[in-house]
Design a protein around this ligand. Structure first.
Ligand code: ATP
Ligand code: MG
Length: 657
C-alpha cells in the first residue's frame, strides 16, 4: 500500500537553550540525547537489571523482591517483583511526611479564583490515616472494591490513598458521568461503598453529584455505605440508613492507621478507558509495577526537581489524573496542583493565572484544551508571567502541528520543552515522549520510546514486523513493562483478545503509526479510524492537521465512508474559531490537497458547532461515521459521550448537506 504521501514538512526544535543553562535551571536528569540512548539501550537489553535498580531507588519495600520479571504476553501472566511487599500510600505519603512534614504535597486551586489552599505531607498523612480508619471501621478490607465519584478536591486524593492504605481497590468514576454510567461501573466492579460529595462546581455550573449517586444506586443492592464529603454545603438528599458525612466520620478516628503490606502484584486500582472506540474496558493495575512506572516517568519525562511546582490539568477520573496528578508526583515527594475549574472560567486566562500564581514549573494538559484556548486567541495568554514554566506537555490525542506551534510560541515563548506524550489507560504510564533536556522535537510527533518500552511497527494485515526505519503500520510492543495493565476486570479473555491475540508475542496498542527517517514515531490515529482511498492509507491525524491550518478552523475530525469505486472516501467535519460565521469549504479542500495531495481531499465537509467528544475531550469519530453512513439508530455505547444534545443537531446538519 502506498505511503509516499506521508512525507511531512516539519521544522525541528532543538532543546531550548534556557533548559541547559545551569545558572538558571537545574541540570536536566536526562541532559543529552546520548544519555537518553544509553539509558534506553540498557532498559531494553537488560530490563531486569534496569527495573530492579529503579525499583530499589524509587520505592520503599517492606520486603525485598526476589525476582524482577516472570510470565509473559501469551497467557497475560506478567509478574513484576515477585516476593516483594510494599504499600502504595506509605510510598506516596509516609516517607515524605517523616522527612519533611511541612512540604506542600497538594495545592488545591478551587473553582473560584482566589480560593486555594495547600496541604502539606504531614497533613495529608493524618487525613489519609483518619479516613482509612473510617473505611476500616465500616468493615472494608483488603481486596474489596470502592467507587470514588468525587469532584477535584484534595479529599478525593485522600480517598485514593486511604483505599490503598488498606489494600482496598479504588474504582474512580469521573464526576461528570451520568447516573447510568456510574451505575454500570459500580456494578461491573462490584463496588461495596461509594465515596462522593454533596455537589461539585465546575465553571459556572453546579454538578448535583449526590443526586446522581442516589439515582445510580437504585439498582446497586450491594452498595452498603455512601460517604459524603461536604463541598458546597447545599442541602442534599441524605439516607441516614446508608449515607454518612465525611466530616462527622473522620472526627471519630485517630490520625494513624498502619498500612496493609501488599504483594507486588496485588490489585491497586480499576479504571475504565475513555470509551472513544467502543464500550469502556475496566483496566486493572497492580501495586509495584504501576507505582514504579509512574514514578520513573514522572521524574524523567517532566524532568522533576526538588522545589518544582507541577501542575496537571486533567481530572483525577482519568488515567492521566491517576498517574500524573496523584501517584507519580507523590511517589517523588513533589508538590502537585489540583485544579478544580475549567480553562475558560471565569475567563480564558484561567490556566495562565494559575501558572503565574503558583509559579508552576511543569504544565500538562490535552490537545482539546490547547485548541480551545487557541480558538480564543493569544490575548488571554499574553501579559501573564509564565517565566516559571520549563516543561509544557500534552496528552490524549494527536496534537496537530498547528496547535503544537501555538502552545510552544504563545505559552512556552519558545523557551520551554514541549512534550507530546503518548500513552493509554492500559500502559499506566507514558510510553512515547520527548525528554526535556535531550530530545529534538518535531511538532506532531511524540518522538521516541520511553525507558523499557520496546516498540515495533507491524504490517496490519500480515502482522509481520516492519524492520526498516521509515515505515507505516500499527504500533505494538515487544516486551512487558512494569506499569502495563494486568487484566480487564472479570474478563481476562477479553484482555488477551484485545491486546495479545491480534499479533502473537506483541502487545497491540490499537493505534496506527509512522516512523520517520530519524526513527521518530508519529501517531496517525486509531486503527479503526484509518481511511483507505484507492489504496492510499490516510491518517485521520494528518488530514485533520491540514484542515486546522486554515485561519478560520478551530477543530476538525475526518472519517472514511464506504465508496463503491475508491473503497472509501474522506468526509470531514470542522468547527470554526470565535467570531467566524462561515467559511468557504473549497478553501478547506484546497488546504488538504496542498498539504497532502488531492486524493486526500474530503468528498464532503460539514461545518458544525460541536464535534462529538468523550468526557475526557477526545473526538469520537465512530459516531460521525455512523451518522454519515445513515446508521444514526445504531450509534453504539454513548455512555462516555460528553454532550448528547449535540447528536440530533449533527444528524440534522448531515441530512441537510
Ligand atoms: P477506548 O480504549 O475505550 O476506546 P481511549 O483509547 O480513548 O478509549 P484512553 O486510554 O484514555 O482511552 O486513551 C488512549 C488513547 O489516546 C491512545 O490509544 C491514543 O489513541 C490516544 N492518545 C493518547 N495520547 C496521545 C498522543 N500523545 N498522541 C496521539 N494519540 C494519543
Ligand atoms: Mg483505548
Amino acid at each position: 500500500m502506498s505511503t509516499d504521501h506521508l512525507k511531512i514538512k516539519i521544522i525541528s526544535h532543538p532543546v531550548p537553550e534556557r533548559l541547559l543553562d545551569e545558572s538558571k535551571n537545574p541540570k536536566p536528569h536526562i541532559h543529552s540525547i546520548e544519555r537518553y540512548k544509553e539509558l534506553y539501550q540498557e532498559s531494553i537489553a537488560n530490563p531486569t537489571e534496569f527495573w530492579g535498580k529503579h525499583a530499589n531507588e524509587f520505592l520503599h519495600w517492606d520486603k525485598p523482591f526476589e525476582n524482577v520479571l516472570s510470565g509473559g504476553f501469551e497467557h497475560g501472566d506478567v509478574f513484576w517483583f515477585k516476593g516483594g511487599k510494599l504499600n502504595a500510600s506509605y510510598n506516596c505519603v509516609d516517607r515524605h511526611a517523616i522527612k519533611d512534614p511541612n512540604k506542600v504535597a497538594i495545592i488545591y486551586e478551587a473553582n473560584e479564583p482566589g480560593q486555594h489552599r495547600s496541604i502539606t505531607y504531614g497533613q495529608l498523612f493524618r487525613d489519609v490515616c483518619r479516613f482509612a480508619n473510617v473505611l476500616k471501621s465500616h468493615g472494608l478490607k483488603k481486596g474489596d472494591t470502592v467507587a470514588i465519584y468525587m469532584p477535584m478536591v484534595p479529599e478525593a486524593v485522600v480517598a485514593f490513598l486511604a483505599c490503598t492504605r488498606l489494600g482496598v481497590i479504588h474504582s474512580v468514576v469521573f464526576a461528570g458521568f451520568s447516573s447510568e454510567a456510574l451505575r454500570n461501573r459500580i456494578r461491573d466492579a462490584d463496588s461495596r461503598f461509594v465515596i462522593t460529595a454533596d455537589e461539585g462546581r465546575r465553571g459556572d455550573k453546579t454538578i448535583h453529584i449526590k443526586k446522581i449517586v442516589d439515582a445510580a444506586l437504585k439498582e446497586c443492592p450491594n452498595v452498603k455505605r455512601v460517604f459524603v464529603f461536604r463541598r458546597t454545603g447545599s442541602e442534599v438528599p441524605f439516607d441516614s440508613s446508608r449515607d454518612l458525612w465525611w466530616h462527622e466520620e473522620i472526627e471519630k478516628q485517630r490520625p494513624y492507621c498502619p498500612p496493609e503490606i501488599m504483594d507486588s502484584e496485588d490489585p491497586l486500582f480499576l479504571l475504565y478507558t475513555s470509551g472513544s472506540t467502543g464500550k469502556p474496558k475496566g483496566i486493572l493495575h497492580t501495586v509495584a509495577g504501576y507505582l514504579l512506572g509512574t514514578a520513573v516517568t514522572f521524574k524523567y519525562v517532566f524532568d522533576y526537581h526538588e522545589g518544582d511546582v507541577y501542575g496537571c490539568m486533567a481530572d483525577i477520573g482519568w488515567i492521566t489524573g491517576h498517574s500524573y496528578i496523584v501517584y507519580g508526583p507523590l511517589i517523588n515527594g513533589a508538590t502537585t496542583v489540583l485544579f478544580e475549574s475549567t480553562p475558560i472560567y471565569p475567563t480564558p486566562s484561567r490556566y495562565w493565572e494559575t501558572v503565574e500564581k503558583h509559579k508552576i514549573t511543569q504544565f500538562y494538559t490535552a490537545p482539546t484544551a490547547i485548541r480551545l484556548l487557541r480558538k480564543y486567541g493569544r490575548e488571554y495568554v499574553d501579559g501573564r508571567d509564565l517565566s516559571s514554566l520549563r516543561v509544557i506537555g500534552s496528552v490524549g490525542e494527536p496534537i496537530q502541528p498547528e496547535a503544537w506551534d501555538w502552545y510552544n510560541e504563545v505559552v512556552g515563548r519558545n523557551e520551554c520543552a514541549v512534550i507530546d506524550t503518548y500513552w493509554q489507560t492500559e500502559t499506566g504510564s507514558i510510553i512515547v515522549t520527548p525528554f526535556p533536556g535531550a530530545t529534538v522535537t518535531k511538532p506532531g510527533s511524540a518522538t521516541l520510546p520511553s525507558f523499557g518500552i520496546d516498540l515495533a511497527i507491524l504490517d496490519p494485515i500480515t502482522g509481520k514486523e516492519l524492520e526498516e526505519t521509515e515505515v507505516e503500520g500499527v504500533l505494538a510492543i515487544r516486551q512487558p513493562w512494569p506499569s502495563m495493565a494486568r487484566t480487564i476486570y472479570n474478563d481476562h479473555g477479553l484482555y488477551l483478545k484485545t491486546y495479545f491475540q491480534h499479533y502473537k508475542n506483541y502487545y497491540f496498542t490499537g493505534d496506527s503509526v509512522g516512523r520517520d527517517a530519524d526513527g521518530y514515531y508519529w501517531i496517525r490515529g486509531r486503527v479503526d479510524d484509518v481511511i483507505n482511498v484507492s489504496g492510499h492509507r490516510l491518517s485521520t491525524a494528518e488530514i485533520e492537521a491540514a484542515l486546522i491550518i486554515h485561519p478560520s478552523v478551530a477543530e476538525a475530525a475526518v472519517i472514511g465512508i464506504h465508496d463503491d469505486i475508491t473503497g472509501q472516501s474522506v468526509h470531514a467535519f470542522a468547527t470554526l474559531k470565535q467570531l467566524q460565521e462561515s467559511v468557504d469549504v473549497k478553501e478547506l479542500s484546497l488546504q488538504v490537497s496542498k498539504g497532502i495531495g488531492s486524493f486526500a481531499s474530503p468528498r464532503k465537509i460539514y461545518i458544525v458547532k460541536d464535534l462529538p467528544k468523550t468526557r475526557s475531550g477526545k473526538i469520537m469519530r465512530r459516531i460521525l461515521r455512523k451518522i454519515v453512513s445513515g446508521e444514526s439508530d445504531q450509534l453504539g455505547d454513548l455512555s462516555t459521550l460528553s454532550d448528547p444534545s449535540s447528536i440530533p443537531i449533527l444528524i440534522e446538519t448531515v441530512k441537510n448537506s
